[in-house]
Design a protein around this ligand. Structure first.
Ligand SMILES: Cc1cc2nc3c(=O)[nH]c(=O)nc-3n(C[C@H](O)[C@H](O)[C@H](O)COP(=O)(O)OP(=O)(O)OC[C@H]3O[C@@H](n4cnc5c(N)ncnc54)[C@H](O)[C@@H]3O)c2cc1C
Length: 461
């Protein structure tokens, strides 16, 4: 088999050259291997290279460079834009690279980038250690780390990248670089927020934090303008040990909730207090007092329990927009309620995350994540059923986001879809963009790594 690119290559040769597996159309597991999280994305790569080590990664990077075949990089496969796959190109699929070495004494670990957030979290917790990723266990550590990482420990320990000590990165020329504060510091700055633009990270070294467990879990409250504004005000006033996520949404048919609640607008709150359990209960009490909870599953628990088991066959189709706002007062909360009430999408949500704490103490220019002082992250989303349903749902999220827009024009790169360059610039405003483009020109001058929220290399000179 040969590729329609400037140079051809042979699959048997690639199979002989790689330690990992090479999957092509017609192989028994091709369809399973090409499936990604988003139900919108249905692409047929020419080759999926289930790489086994950094040497394999370098070989596939070299092949892409020499042949011009489109190159996608996949860790957990959760990219909303579908950047982790390609029609007719080659995928570096890291999922078989799951080595994890934990230095319990030194409180660090080296984690290969095929691991998921839940896998690293579970392994670290066995030693009373933790690092913050996002709200979903199946997200790959590759994508979430390179974009920043906003999760349940964000106020206590900052973004995921704030615990990143080093990375091994295969660059466009096929070299494997150790990247940290001392070695390639420019690249170390760029990969903390700049996404997959600069090379393939094969493993990360993280600082781990002592964490015996959390007081946390799900708290479901009836949603009204008052409870939504109250939830946010309470989150802002809480000690930074507590990070919360408020999903204001139509209630899914969860078996532990009475049937009459299904479909009603609720706050599906996720709370995590990383600290002493008595203090945690005190911090959570004001949330419980906002209204009579419809469900209260907040309790002392091992941290990994914040990631419940997931259904691998769940691939919803959704439209979404991400933004930051400065505050959610009664008027903003009323607008959120009004938009959610107006939609009849099978799932519609405004997800609100109060930021601050450790995340905000890092200067804006210390890493390529430039939104340290942003106060609240908001994601609005709706499911759609079939292509004909999509435009109306898209119009709804656009109108919703426009109604919520305040002074903060930034965006978090990991929640961007395929939204064009202006939105990527929102993720990397001003000097951040210039600095990233200059570093891109140094490490990837031909833009080999372009299937991502792309930062084109700065023109020479
Ligand atoms: C259900 C869901 C919940 C989410 N929740 C959160 C959350 O709470 N907090 C948060 O911060 N984010 C969250 N995200 C966003 C998530 O961080 C991004 O989608 C992230 O890019 C996914 O990483 P991945 O490795 O799973 O995805 P992939 O699709 O495999 O990777 C995304 C892109 O990242 C790059 N990339 C990935 N791995 C590497 C690597 N090793 N080397 C170089 N480039 C690489 C590539 O460009 C790739 O296309 C969520 C996403 C979903 C779908």
């Amino acid at each position: 088999m040969s590729m329609t690119a400037s140079t051809t290559f042979s699959i048997p040769q690639l199979r002989a050259d790689l330690r990992g597996r090479v999957i092509v159309s017609g192989d028994a597991d091709y369809d399973e291997a090409r499936t990604v999280m988003s139900g919108e994305i249905d692409r047929r790569p020419a080759v999926i290279a289930r790489v086994a080590d950094a040497g394999d990664v370098a070989r596939v990077v070299g092949l892409a460079r020499e042949t011009g075949i489109e190159l996608a990089v996949r860790s957990g496969g959760h990219s909303a834009a579908g950047h982790c796959t390609t029609d007719g190109g080659i995928v570096i699929d890291l999922r078989d690279m799951k080595a994890l070495e934990i230095d319990v004494e030194g409180r660090t670990c080296w984690a290969e980038t095929g691991l998921t957030a839940a896998e690293v979290t579970t392994a670290a917790a066995a030693h009373g250690l933790a690092i913050g990723f996002g709200d979903t266990g199946s997200v790959g550590i590759g994508g979430i780390t390179l974009g920043g990482g906003v999760g349940f420990l964000v106020r206590k320990h900052g973004l995921t990248i704030d615990s990143l000590l080093a990375a091994d990165v295969v660059t466009a020329d096929g070299e494997l670089l150790r990247v940290d504060a001392a070695s390639h510091p420019d690249l170390f700055w760029a990969i903390r927020g700049g996404g997959g633009n600069f090379g393939v990270a094969t493993r990360f070294q993280y600082r781990l934090h002592e964490l015996d467990g959390i007081v946390g879990g799900m708290l479901v409250l009836p949603a009204t303008a008052e409870t939504v504004a109250g939830f946010i005000a309470t989150s802002e006033a809480a000690p930074e040990e507590l990070s919360t996520i408020a999903n204001v949404m139509n209630c899914p048919p969860m078996p532990f909730l009475p049937e009459e609640v299904h479909g009603q607008l609720v706050i599906l709150g996720m709370l995590a207090y990383a600290g002493d359990s008595e203090a945690g209960k005190r911090a959570i009490a004001p949330f419980r007092a906002l209204a009579t909870p419809l469900a209260d599953m907040v309790k002392p628990m091992p941290y990994p329990e914040i990631y419940p088991p997931e259904d691998d066959s769940y691939h919803p189709t959704a439209v979404a927009l991400t933004m930051f706002v400065d505050g959610v007062d009664d008027a903003v909360a009323a607008s959120i309620m009004e938009h959610l009430e107006r939609s009849d999408a099978s799932m519609r949500v405004a997800q609100l995350r109060v930021l601050g704490g450790a995340m905000a103490r890092v200067p804006d220019d210390a890493t390529a994540f430039a939104h340290r002082s942003s106060r609240i992250m908001v994601n609005v989303a709706a499911f759609y059923e079939g292509e004909a349903d999509r435009p109306a749902r898209q119009a709804w999220v656009e109108e919703f986001a426009a109604a919520l827009r305040q002074g903060d024009a930034g965006a978090y790169v990991n929640f961007l879809g395929d939204e064009g360059e202006a939105r990527i610039r929102d993720a990397y405003p001003g000097e951040t963009w210039k600095r990233l483009a200059a570093i891109k020109a140094r490490y990837d001058p031909t833009n080999l790594f372009r299937l991502n929220q792309n930062i084109p290399p700065a023109p020479a000179g």
